[in-house]
Write a protein that binds this ligand. Structure first.
Ligand code: IMP
Ligand code: MG
Length: 195
């Protein structure tokens, strides 16, 4: 069993192993993998004949991105950038900082920005603005989760797997203070952990 986990419920012969800091599992591993596979097929058909550049916004997107890229049947490329709008708090700091740009030349390229979660949209609207200055052919936003909160811009995500309520979630790449990224599901963090 993984560190910090316990078997918390056994029903109809099914055993659920969950991290002790998680209130409940919101999206389990099998729902994640079917949604990512379906999204990969959609991107494959939308970009047929093209060579999109997937840009993962570090670090939260890594787990989603590594699954998604294997579900896309195209000659795509990958790169990464780092943009942060959160410190160690569970609420947005309201500040966006780009600490790493992609290494790839972006002019004329079809970019697909890969994010873990589209919350206020502050991070992605700033990132898009910065990336348009590099003269790409197109920029699409692809997020695993879209949180139902008011957005700072009208720009909706072009691709997404799940809409979620306004709750703080971790796992499958998403963190709280750099922890819980390796959980194989999306879970709601117990409030006592961050309050
Ligand atoms: P935005 O700029 O408000 O859209 O915030 C986006 C970033 O905030 C995401 O890339 C995450 O790193 C972080 N974030 C927002 N909501 C959550 C959450 O529920 N869990 C973990 N990180 C979150
Ligand atoms: Mg984060």
């Amino acid at each position: 069993m993984k560190y910090g986990h316990s078997v918390f419920r056994a029903q109809k012969g099914m055993i659920i192993i969950m991290n002790n800091d998680i209130e409940r599992i919101l999206i389990d591993g099998s729902a994640l993998s079917s949604a990512v596979k379906a999204l990969g097929e959609k991107i494959t058909s939308d970009y047929r004949g093209k060579r999109p550049l997937l840009i993962g916004v570090l670090k939260g997107s890594v787990v989603f991105m590594t699954d998604l890229m294997r579900a896309i049947d195209l000659d795509c490329e990958i790169d990464f950038m780092t943009a942060r709008s959160y410190g160690n708090e569970a609420v947005s700091s309201g500040r966006v900082e780009i600490t790493k740009y992609p290494d790839t030349a972006l002019a004329g390229r079809d970019l697909i920005l890969i994010e873990d979660i589209y919350d206020t949209g502050r991070t992605l609207s700033y990132v898009c603005e910065m990336l348009w200055e590099k003269a790409p052919a197109s920029i699409k936003i692809c997020t695993l989760l879209d949180k139902k909160v008011p957005k700072v811009s009208d720009r909706a995500a072009d691709y997404k797997c799940f809409d979620i309520e306004n709750e703080f979630v971790v796992g499958y790449g998403l963190d709280y203070a750099q922890r819980y990224r390796a959980l194989p599901y999306i879970g709601i963090l117990k409030k006592e952990i961050y309050q």
